[in-house]
Ligand binder design. Sequence first.
Ligand SMILES: Nc1ncnc2c1ncn2[C@@H]1O[C@H](COP(=O)(O)OP(=O)(O)OP(=O)(O)O)[C@@H](O)[C@H]1O
Ligand SMILES: [Mg+2]
Length: 269
Amino acid sequence: MAAKTKTTTTTTTEPVIRVSNLSKRFGNFTALNNVSLDVHVGEVHALLGDNGAGKSTLIKTLAGVHAPNGGQIFIDGEVVNFKSPRDASEAGIGVVYQDLAINPLATVTRNFFLGREMAVGLGPFSWMKMRQMDRIATEQMASIGIHISDPEQTVGTMSGGQKQTLAIARAIYFGAKVLILDEPTSALGQIQQMEVLKTIRRVQQRGDIAIILITHNEIHARLIADRFTFLSLGEVIGSGHRDDMESGDIRRLMAGGAELADLAAELAV
Ligand SMILES: Nc1ncnc2c1ncn2[C@@H]1O[C@H](COP(=O)(O)OP(=O)(O)OP(=O)(O)O)[C@@H](O)[C@H]1O
Ligand SMILES: [Mg+2]
């Protein structure tokens, strides 16, 4: 009898989203040059790089805001050509931008549904629909760890971490299978940063969503990411699985590929 071959499932699954040799130019400036990366279901893929590296340009291209000048995007193995953010959203790309698109004066529930409210109508049904929307918003946020006592409270009264969770829960509820988070911890204090990392961890543990996490924070990336891609001046300068990367590699790549000695030399004016 033939010996059974050992199979691994971790790296052989097809990526939910595959970016292949993507390029984007603005006039004659090249913001992205042949960028490739794969993002797998149930994984956090950290996208790291200095200011101007092209991180936001990459996510805007994935989100249908920019049309690429070259390369391809595959979702579940199929090429996609987004003509608008709506196309990307319908294909399951959910982006939580830094400004969160949240209205601080409206309630948690209103913000959760923002423009996608159930038809409320008039009379007793309107009350029922509102209660139903309150329940959905509360449950969805609780499922990733934030317990809101009053879904009718205004969002302006929530903490920064809770607002991030609201935006993440909303993206998932409305069908994101690729969740893109642009610097979700950058504007927060230490405790709230950990709250947001826990939220991201819960989404990761659901196992049905692929997450792209844009961050400048090496520690956060190391705490939570399964894979890393480092961008510098529009190009991928390094990538890998967490098991294959040393912290020294990560630090060097975060610095755009420079060695500490180079940086010290640069400081010595
Ligand atoms: N609409 C645009 N028109 C012209 N140039 C642009 C445009 N958008 C971005 N760029 C340029 O492309 C480069 C990459 O910008 P991008 O915003 O993607 O960087 P980033 O990695 O997100 O930086 P940061 O960490 O500061 O957010 C920058 O040099 C920027 O000036
Ligand atoms: Mg940016």
